[in-house]
Design a protein around this ligand. Structure first.
Ligand code: ADP
Length: 422
């Protein structure tokens, strides 16, 4: 049997999924417990591998890893981190933004305090920088632990480092920063890098010729897992926030709305994120209440309550207004009616989001897959379908680790899917 392992380092833990040639899951392993922090990345990786039943480990042909986007670190010539990694949401890069604005094109995705490039520039001004030889993303470093070659990344992770994913090279303006560091060589996600280190192979009983592949980011891995694959297919994530992703022939970039595109094979994966979403529902209802009250709502009936549900003022997509006030009134006495208004209003915001992407040139939406905590709510899905006017379906799988396993399979097996995804 030929098996493929995808490993996901997300915001709340690490998971591994082993699939077969048909994409069927053979086993799932997870690391839960204390919060996932840098010193634990390495030991977590070994724990995950050890948890996979031995007979399956012997059949693993390829491994790929996804990390959280913009979680980055510096390491020395031997691959040892020279300082604690900066996690995805670390905003210390804010102090270098003015400097970055002088070289990066206006509205570029790197012009954010949490971008990989802002983090690198900030790190380059710290005392520990003198010991650093390589700058890597979380997924790059973890893959290095398996294959042993430093300085390799993929163009999903490298987007927020400023890598030009259209020309497939680092842009000239980046050189003007004159940061004395080895930037990673960038490969297409899923590309086999090299065989696993012999000592790791024998320690874990993996095949000597098991390939370690270039990785991706956690949100793109979740997109791959959904089953969406054609232009016009989209994935909405109904988690704490509302995140839209749409496969398109056209690349869309509009920093005003926080919209940017990842390269995805011959296509572009474009999207935006609104601050509305499940976090607002959680403010008013428990999950049990959401479930029972939703069952009492007739989704065919339109609620005329017109809210803009936010926890605090400000949204970027689909309305770009840092002062946009939350709108949650009038509030009816019946909780069911209030919830109906919230679900209906979020569905309007979602539809407006896809409309904005289309108005900016993205493909017409044909089908919307759904992931996240709200995806199980069939009432909400029916309301959303009424607004979106296209089929709304559940994602085939919502685990990033599963998407990353598909990525490893597509490239390493030279599968018919090899041209997809990346
Ligand atoms: P995160 O983005 O934090 O990973 P999840 O994908 O785990 O979020 O989703 C959690 C959110 O899902 C919560 O904010 C919760 O309000 C929402 N949620 C949970 N159950 C339901 C439901 N039945 N209907 C709508 N929303 C729900």
């Amino acid at each position: 049997m030929d098996l493929y392992l995808g490993i996901d380092y997300g915001t709340s833990g690490a998971r591994g999924v082993v699939i077969d040639e048909q994409g069927k899951i053979q086993t799932e392993v997870r690391y839960s417990g204390q919060k996932l922090e840098a010193p634990h990345w390495k030991s977590t990786l070994w724990s995950l591998l050890a948890e996979i039943p031995e007979p399956l480990r012997r059949e693993i042909r390829a491994i790929a890893i996804n990390g959280t986007s913009s979680t980055v670190l510096l390491c020395d010539g031997a691959g040892e981190p020279v300082a604690a990694p900066l996690l995805y949401n670390d905003g210390r890069g804010a102090v270098v933004l003015e400097q970055l604005k002088k070289v990066a094109p206006p509205n570029h995705t790197v012009l954010s305090a949490t971008s990989s490039l802002a983090k690198l520039l900030w790190m380059s001004q710290q005392s520990f920088f003198s010991e650093a030889r390589y700058f890597l993303h979380q997924a790059d470093w973890l893959a290095f632990l398996l294959h042993g070659q430093l300085g390799i990344s993929d163009y999903h992770n490298a987007l927020k480092l400023g890598y030009d994913v259209e020309a497939l090279e680092y842009p000239e303006w980046l050189e003007k920063l004159e940061i004395p560091i080895q930037l990673p060589k960038v490969l297409a996600p899923g590309t086999p890098i090299r065989e696993i280190r012999p000592d790791i192979a024998s320690q874990f009983g993996l095949p000597k010729d098991c390939l370690v592949c270039a990785g991706t980011t956690d949100s793109i891995a979740a997109f791959i897992a959904s089953g969406a694959e054609s232009p016009g297919e989209a994935v909405t994530s109904l988690g704490s926030t509302l995140v839209l992703k749409l496969l398109s022939h056209t690349r869309i970039e509009d920093a005003r709305y926080g919209i940017y595109s990842h390269r995805f094979g011959d296509l572009w994966l474009t999207g935006g994120a609104s601050n509305t979403g499940g976090a607002v529902l959680r403010e008013f209802f428990t999950n049990a209440e959401l479930e029972s009250l939703s069952q009492e709502i007739d989704p065919a009936k339109v609620s005329n309550l017109d809210y803009y549900p936010l926890l605090k003022a400000g949204d970027r997509f689909p309305i770009n207004d840092p002062n946009l006030p939350p709108r949650l009134t009038p509030r009816p006495a019946a909780p069911r009616e209030f919830l109906h208004g919230l679900l209906e209003s979020m569905a309007r915001i979602e539809a407006r989001g896809y409309e904005l992407l289309q108005n900016l040139g993205a493909n017409q939406v044909t089908r919307v897959y759904t992931a996240g905590g709200g995806a199980t709510n069939s009432t909400w899905n029916a309301i959303r379908q009424r607004h979106l006017k296209v089929p709304v379906v559940a994602s085939e799988n919502t685990e990033a680790a599963y998407g990353t396993a598909l990525l490893a399979k597509a490239k390493a097996s030279n599968h018919k899917d090899a041209k997809k995804f990346t």
